[in-house]
Write a protein that binds this ligand. Sequence first.
Ligand code: NAD
Length: 257
Amino acid sequence: MSLQGKTAIITGSNSGIGLGIAHEMAKAGASVVINSFTDSDEDHALAKSIAEEHGVEARYIKADMSKPDECRALVETAGACDILINNAGIQHVAPIDQFPAEKWDAIIAINLSSAFHTTAAALPKMRAAGWGRIVNIASAHGLTASPYKSAYIAAKHGIVGLTKTAALETAEEPITANAICPGYVLTPLVEAQIPDTMKEYDMDRETVIKEVMLKRQPSKEFATVEQLGGTAVFLCSDAAAQITGTTISVDGGWTAL
Ligand code: NAD
């Protein structure tokens, strides 16, 4: 699969799944734009190392996905946007009656509204180029729920709905929009949930991983960032040209239960 000549923007990609997807996109020949809300030497060094490793152009562009103007500016600054991967995401775990309102607002802004703004900015570029792929990183929690993750689950169900609408609005064009629904992938976002979950369930780390986190993942294995990157590359391939408005689960059987 060659994505040579295509430019992929991956939001929230200085770590975890986004960085994994950036590597797989670059390996397939795409120029990549990686992003987060910071602007450190490490961020720019990451882009440089992707460029060197895969022999493609890679840039880091700072943009805070909680801010509508910066979401749109990311796409404008990048220039071309053939492939848009909406990946930026945060998590907060608390019961609804104790869930801080500002956390709800931040999660909805970063995990859901950012994808609306980047998509709005990207569609004219895709239409002008006569080709486009939108891949939204939802979650198994875009299809099912768990306690204590109200904002995340609302945002992830929302992004599945946004994906379907984007697909219908582009159905007669050479543009597709799909969502990938990962189960648990061991990234910094998941790592950060372990201490709270250990407290919540009064369990040690290993028990939390096997009995709580992977309880609903029948394979009992974390998915990998390479597998998610490979799925995103597939959705950009010619074989996937008629796949639009749907979800692909990469969840070790979670949603089959
Ligand atoms: P991560 O914490 O490693 O990565 C999140 C990325 O988002 C980071 O690059 C971070 O810098 C960026 N980010 C956070 N706030 C931002 C902001 N305001 N503006 C721009 N960038 C911002 O987590 P991850 O696990 O790699 O998560 C990536 C995506 O995958 C998220 O949308 C998450 O919901 C989804 N997901 C993760 C899992 C999992 O098990 N790890 C499962 C299902 C879905």
